[in-house]
Design a protein around this ligand. Structure first.
Ligand SMILES: Cc1cc2nc3c(=O)[nH]c(=O)nc-3n(C[C@H](O)[C@H](O)[C@H](O)COP(=O)(O)OP(=O)(O)OC[C@H]3O[C@@H](n4cnc5c(N)ncnc54)[C@H](O)[C@@H]3O)c2cc1C
Ligand code: FES
Length: 412
């Protein structure tokens, strides 16, 4: 080998080294921002879709009461498999499948939904559950089954079966329009999530919280809300006590007495250019939703969620189901039960109708949220006063919101 050939080989070798070095450097550089972007996205609540099908095991990491009366308890939940959790939209809920064991009787399966009450984190969810007391009249009825079970039997270390976050009641993040959150009692839970999310992601957005509660004993998240209002000048708190205790002080404890109603909203907001989110007792929602529409708030700016059966609808919405209600009676055939019944429009939905005639149908939330009352539609058409919280597959119908529009047969 001549000296010049050797020199040529050395130059080629060095050149190759430089090329490999540059290529390696470029690869590293190009992979670094990608990782950072992924991290940023995680922080911005845009984690890849990690939702799961069916129910997943969660362990209760801790529980804490949120009110002085100890009727509202938060449960912090971590997945048993330790894998990251999907983000959720502020306002969505979890579905729980509970197996309630009663002495001397077969275990009873219950499906219940609970709103996420904190902003999303990759490793933990939080729900806050109010103990549903037995009604005063008639005497002797049992207290709420699922909520009592949570309060009395679910402790740190307990395992629960939970469906992935879902629901269509969530804060619209595509706009800066000021938000009005109206919560009655335990309806505060989705609002807590919206408030936290908004403080983190849209700190410039004005948020009014109208929180109606009996008095300081049931005033959940009292200290947390006060602290949030101090830290967040854009948050305007309007706490409304309906039955203040003698020691409750207007000013430090609450701002208004009475109920959250249109008079108060008009006085404090002055104009309708807000996005309204309402969650509370049926009576409050059935009054406020039409009142807001009558005040001139656009239907698209009124969002509401019922925590149980409620027939709230926007006044201008005459649905197909309502429109056809007068044309009863309609024949409804329950295929598996072998019964054909006549729908006369007395019940407000097919679930109530089936139960009133002794036909057992699986159910949970009774408000179109959990999906337990989904049934196959053999033939016919079912109409809805409002859309369910999820998309129904073709050929399926939802009994707790549905009404027959013509003769139909169900696989139930
Ligand atoms: C989307 C969604 C989100 C929700 N989020 C929350 C939340 O964040 N926090 C929360 O606490 N709840 C929430 N709920 C409500 C929750 O799912 C349950 O409905 C609630 O906990 C009551 O369930 P329960 O099993 O304890 O009561 P149930 O056993 O269903 O009883 C309900 C009430 O009826 C009474 N009752 C029992 N038997 C009778 C009878 N024969 N006649 C008349 N009354 C009777 C009970 O005493 C009780 O007061 C949500 C619901 C939905 C749909
Ligand atoms: S009972 Fe929950 S969707 Fe019908």
């Amino acid at each position: 080998m001549t000296a010049s050939t050797l020199l040529l080989y050395i130059s080629l070798f060095l050149g190759l080294q430089i090329l490999l070095g540059v290529a390696y450097g470029l690869t590293r550089q190009s992979s670094r921002p990608a990782t950072l972007v992924a991290l940023d996205k995680t922080q911005q609540n845009e984690r890849p879709n990690l939702a799961w099908n069916g129910f997943r095991a969660f362990r209760v990491a801790r529980r804490a009461y949120e009110d002085a009366a100890q009727t509202q308890c938060s449960f912090y939940l971590e997945p048993v498999d330790g894998l990251p959790l999907p983000a959720y939209k502020p306002g969505q809920f979890l579905t729980f499948s509970l197996l309630l064991a009663t002495k001397g009787a077969a275990a009873r399966k219950l499906i219940r939904c609970y709103s996420l009450s904190d902003s999303p984190t990759p490793d933990q969810y939080r729900v806050t559950i109010k103990r549903a007391m037995a009604p005063a009249e008639p005497v002797g009825l049992p207290a709420g089954a699922a909520s009592s079970y949570f309060h009395d039997h679910v402790h740190t270390g307990s395992t629960l079966q939970i469906g992935a976050p879902s629901g269509r009641f969530y804060l619209n993040a595509d706009t800066d329009t000021p938000v009005v959150l109206i919560a009655g009692g335990i309806g505060i839970t989705p609002m807590m999530c919206m408030l936290r999310w908004s403080a983190q992601h849209q700190p410039q957005r004005v948020v009014h919280l109208y929180y109606g509660v009996r008095n300081s004993a049931e005033h959940a998240f009292k200290a947390v809300l006060k602290e949030m209002a101090v830290k967040q000048p854009q948050l305007r708190l309007h706490t409304v006590y309906s039955k203040p205790l003698p020691e409750d002080r207007q000013g430090p404890d609450y701002q208004h007495s009475g109920y959250v109603d249109l008079v108060l909203l008009k006085k404090t907001l002055r104009h309708v250019a807000h996005q309204f989110y309402i969650c509370g007792p049926t009576a409050m929602m059935e009054r406020l939703v039409p009142d807001l529409a009558a005040w001139g708030v656009a239907n698209a700016d009124i969002h509401f969620e019922a925590f149980g059966p409620a027939t709230v609808s926007l006044p201008t919405e005459v649905t197909e189901a309502q429109g056809k209600a007068a044309s009863a009676p309609i024949s409804v055939h329950f295929q598996r039960s072998g019964r054909t019944l006549s729908w006369s429009g007395q019940q407000s939905n097919l679930l109530d109708f089936a139960e009133a005639h002794g036909i057992q149908v699986e159910s949970g939330c009774r408000s179109g949220s959990c999906g337990s009352c989904v049934s196959t539609l053999v033939y016919g058409t079912v109409g809805y006063d409002r859309s369910p919280d999820f998309d129904l597959a073709p050929g399926q119908c939802l009994l707790c919101l549905g009404k027959p529009l013509e003769a139909l047969a169900l696989d139930a």
